[in-house]
Structure formats: structure tokens, C-alpha cells
Design a protein around this ligand. Structure first.
Ligand code: PLP
Length: 365
């Protein structure tokens, strides 16, 4: 059977290996498997969320509130926006997908950092458009972005700050300066999946969606409940932009794209600021241990504004071998050799999980 030619070379997305798979493949007891591969919150989610969803499981026969009133009200309060400036996606992934579909076709181009979140490229390939990348393997080089922008006039520019999988963040001031030079026909997507962490660590990296949207008519800001809020399993993310952008994305949104359970979970999670604050505090305390560990072991560690660290190895050490060896011992981390880096990305876990990682890596090295 023939399928669209432009999807021939798309690789199926492989997320962090689920625990179940490691249990089956290596016969390891599930309680001995540690997953530090997908930047999930090691503390789970707020107890208030767990209570709240219990109260609505009796009501699953009804379709969700597709106006998403409660969650939008929460988000608009949080960010000082109007409900009409917000679109909710099944993960911010879905908002990326809608934006790419709304703005590009097979004659278009998108522009991204050399090493960045893989899904931008995947969705661009769905429509067959061309992907232009800078050469940077770490911090966004905005001068290079600008040169490539002038040369290629891409339909969309993706700025991921803090950046995944490297953990570095751009200065908010530089991001604003950059966007001010971009023509309003080009959509600039600012992906703030880890913004809660960056904001807590260094105010100069913090980007407020309201400021962006007040200033620019061509920006879409993205946020997610999958990371700091600990709701990766619920699939909720959001986009914030001017009404005319949101309206276009809404045309492509599948009906009832967020389940009742997920809507409730995200709404309640948003109100439990204490939980998020504590998670972030633990994260940066534990991250100090990673820095010390890396220094002791003479491993290069990228300064991180997120809930993960990126450890870069010198040859002859090989990151994919390291990740494989850890996996066989029940420690799931992300190998970055597919990004052209000799590095692994490790989600900062609970103290005992991190200790185990240090032990296993030392043992291997
Ligand atoms: C995790 C992540 C997302 C989206 O996650 P969802 O679970 O789909 O909300 C988006 N961008 C980056 C950079 C991420 O790391």
C-alpha cells in the first residue's frame, strides 16, 4: 500500500523507556527500577490532586466540559490573561502539533536550535516541511538564529528555554530583543516547559507569557503540567497567544481533547503552589549533588535551569554504552548520542534515586 512520501523517513518517537519494559526485558524487580529518563516529577503530584480526581471518577459517563472553563480560569488568573488567549492541549505537544499544522505546508520551513526538543521536527515532518537548524549543541545562539531567519524566512521559529535536552536557558532580555526583530508573519513559539524551574533559579531567565503577548502579535507561549506539576500521565499542556492565533489553532483542535480527569487534575494542581515550590526546592538541592559528583568524576555538566542534568563525556567513553549498562541495572536515563552528543540526560530524582545513579555510574566507569 502506498502512503505519503514525506512520512517515509519519520522515525517513530521513542520516549524514555517505561518501567514495565525494563522489568520484562531484564527481569528486574519493578521496585528496583529507577526511571530518570523523562523529566517527570519524582515526588508524583499534589495530594490535593489525588483527592480531587477521586471525587469525579463516578462521573465518567459524561463528556468533558469542552469549554474547559475551570482550568482556563485558573490559567488566566495565574498569567493575568483572558480565557480567550488560552488553548489547552493533550500535553503542550498537541499545541505544537496544532501550530505546525495551522502555519506550515510542504513548501514551508521551520527554524530550531541544533539540539532541542525532538517533537518540533517530528510534527514538521508530518506536513513535509523543511527543518532548518542552527549548529549549536547548547545555548540558543540567537545571532545565528537571526542569520538563518533572514536567509530562509521560516514560517515558525522554535525557541526552547530552558532547552531540552541540554538544560541551559536563554536570557529573557535577549529573547525579547530577538523577537522584536522578527517579522510578524513568522510565528515565534516560546516553549517554556521548564519555566517554573528557571524562574525559581534565576529571574533573568524567567519569561512571563503576558509580557510576550502584550508586546508581540506573533508569539505563542507554551507551558505544561507534565514537569513541575507532576502530571505527565494526565497529558495537559497549554498555549497562550493573541486571540487571532488561538482562533486558528482552535479550528484544528480535536473535540474533547482533554479528559474530565485531566482537566480536574490540572485545575487543582495549579492551586497547590506549595507542592510545586517544594518540588523545585528539592530539585535544586539534589542538583548540587550532581554538580559535586560530576566535578569529582571529571565529567562535564551543563548548567541546568530545569529538573534534569546533562552529563557530557569525553571520548573514549561512549554515552550510549553507558546508558545501556545503566539500563541493565535498572537505571533508566536518556542517551543523547542520537542528537550528535556524547552525553546522557538524567532527570533529578529523589535523594535515594540519585545516590543509586551515582553508585551505578561510578561502578561502570
Ligand atoms: C516535556 C516537554 C514538552 C511537552 O510535554 P507534554 O507532556 O506534551 O506537555 C514540551 N516541550 C519540552 C521542551 C518538553 O521537555
Amino acid at each position: 500500500m502506498k502512503f505519503n512520501k514525506h512520512i517515509e523517513n519519520i522515525k517513530t518517537y521513542e520516549g524514555g523507556k517505561p518501567i514495565e519494559l525494563v522489568v520484562r526485558e531484564f527481569g528486574i524487580d519493578p521496585k528496583d527500577v529507577v526511571k530518570l529518563a523523562s523529566n517527570e516529577n519524582p515526588n508524583g503530584c499534589s495530594l490535593k490532586v489525588q483527592d480531587a480526581v477521586k471525587n469525579i471518577v463516578a462521573n465518567m459517563a459524561l463528556y468533558p466540559d469542552d469549554s474547559m472553563m475551570k482550568l482556563k480560569a485558573g490559567l488566566s488568573r495565574r498569567f493575568g490573561m483572558d480565557d480567550e488567549n488560552i488553548i489547552i492541549g493533550s500535553g503542550s505537544d498537541q499545541v505544537i502539533e496544532l501550530a505546525v499544522y495551522a502555519k506550515t505546508n510542504k513548501e514551508s520551513k521551520i527554524l530550531t536550535n541544533g539540539v532541542t526538543f525532538a517533537m518540533y521536527e517530528v510534527y514538521a515532518k508530518h506536513v513535509g516541511c523543511e527543518i532548518i537548524k542552527t549548529t549549536s549543541t547548547d545555548t540558543h545562539d540567537l545571532e545565528q538564529f537571526y542569520t538563518l531567519y533572514k536567509e530562509h524566512k521560516p514560517e515558525i521559529i522554535f525557541l526552547c528555554t530552558p532547552n531540552n535536552p541540554t538544560g541551559d536557558a536563554s536570557d529573557a532580555k535577549e529573547i525579547f530583543e530577538f523577537i522584536s526583530k522578527i517579522d510578524s508573519d513568522t510565528l515565534v513559539i516560546v516553549d517554556g516547559a521548564y519555566m517554573e524551574y528557571a524562574k525559581a533559579k534565576d529571574a533573568s531567565k524567567a519569561i512571563e507569557p503576558k509580557e510576550l503577548i502584550d508586546k508581540f502579535d506573533n508569539v505563542l507561549y507554551l507551558g505544561t503540567f507534565s514537569k513541575a506539576y507532576g502530571l505527565g500521565g494526565m497529558r495537559v499542556g497549554y498555549g497562550i497567544a493573541r486571540l487571532d492565533i488561538i482562533k486558528q489553532l482552535y479550528k484544528l483542535r480535536p473535540p474533547f481533547n482533554i479528559t474530565t480527569l485531566s482537566l480536574e487534575a490540572a485545575s487543582v494542581a495549579l492551586e497547590d503552589e506549595e507542592f510545586v515550590k517544594n518540588s523545585i526546592e528539592m530539585n535544586f538541592n539534589e542538583m548540587k549533588r550532581y554538580k559535586n559528583f560530576a566535578n569529582e568524576q571529571k565529567i562535564d555538566i551543563i548548567e541546568s535551569y530545569t529538573n534534569f542534568v546533562t552529563l557530557c563525556f569525553e571520548k573514549p567513553k561512549n554515552s550510549s554504552k553507558i546508558a545501556d549498562a545503566l539500563l541493565k541495572r535498572g537505571m533508566i536515563v536518556r542517551d543523547l548520542s542520537g542528537y550528535g552528543m556524547n552525553a546522557i540526560r538524567v532527570t533529578v530524582g529523589k535523594p535515594e534515586q540519585n545516590s543509586k545513579f551515582f553508585e551505578l555510574l561510578v561502578e561502570y566507569l
